[in-house]
Design a protein around this ligand. Structure first.
Ligand code: ATP
Ligand code: MG
Length: 174
């Protein structure tokens, strides 16, 4: 742990593409400086290309999904349980002293879908060690989190290939 480093709360939000990939880009950069990075992907159940790629980086970056899939309408108890377990895992990773950057991908989507409570997320933010960089992604970040963040970037969609009827492609969408 480097006592002189100040951990940042970083938020990638908005409806344009690039939130998760920006967070993964940061994870890659941090790993290059031997920062220990953990990535938890909320909501998603599917393992995207980043899982295979990060596995090849060895023990510098860990990644796992803590979701049951995209939520439509009222969330199922299974989806809520998975998100709660994800939050508990995040608390452990923050407390174990071996995490320098924690990426909670789609945590804001889990909040928006009603899988977890905003108060629990605020508590997690408050409880993190001061040197840990915490990165949150997902559409529609609540005002309280934006206010607390050190860095907020809103992705804005100007064009997306889906608008032209193109299907999701490996390496681009997943
Ligand atoms: P990425 O994972 O590519 O960085 P993201 O995290 O910003 O994207 P999410 O809201 O998590 O985007 O949605 C994931 C999927 O939705 C991606 O496959 C992405 O291509 C697609 N998507 C994102 N923005 C848009 C948009 N404005 N219109 C249509 N599809 C989109
Ligand atoms: Mg995303």
């Amino acid at each position: 742990m480097n006592a002189s480093r100040r951990g940042l709360l970083i938020v990638y939000t908005g409806s344009g593409k690039g939130k998760t990939t920006a967070a993964l880009g940061l994870a890659l950069r941090a790993a290059g400086h031997a920062l220990r990075v953990a990535v938890l992907q909320f909501v998603k159940a599917r393992r995207s290309g980043e899982h295979e790629a990060l596995a090849r980086l060895g023990d510098l970056v860990s990644i796992r999904t803590v979701g049951t899939g995209f939520v439509v309408g009222r969330p199922s108890p299974e989806a809520q349980a998975a998100a709660s377990e994800g939050l508990a895992l995040a608390r452990q990773l923050l407390a174990d002293g071996r995490t320098d950057m924690l990426v909670l991908d789609e945590l804001l989507s889990a909040l928006g879908a009603g899988l977890i409570a905003e108060a629990d997320v605020m508590a997690l933010i408050d409880a993190r060690p001061s040197h840990v960089h915490l990165v949150l992604t997902g559409r529609d970040a609540p005002a309280a989190i934006l206010q607390r963040a050190d860095l907020v970037t809103e992705m804005r969609c100007l064009k997306h290939p889906f608008d032209d009827g193109l299907a999701a492609q490996p390496g681009i969408e997943f």
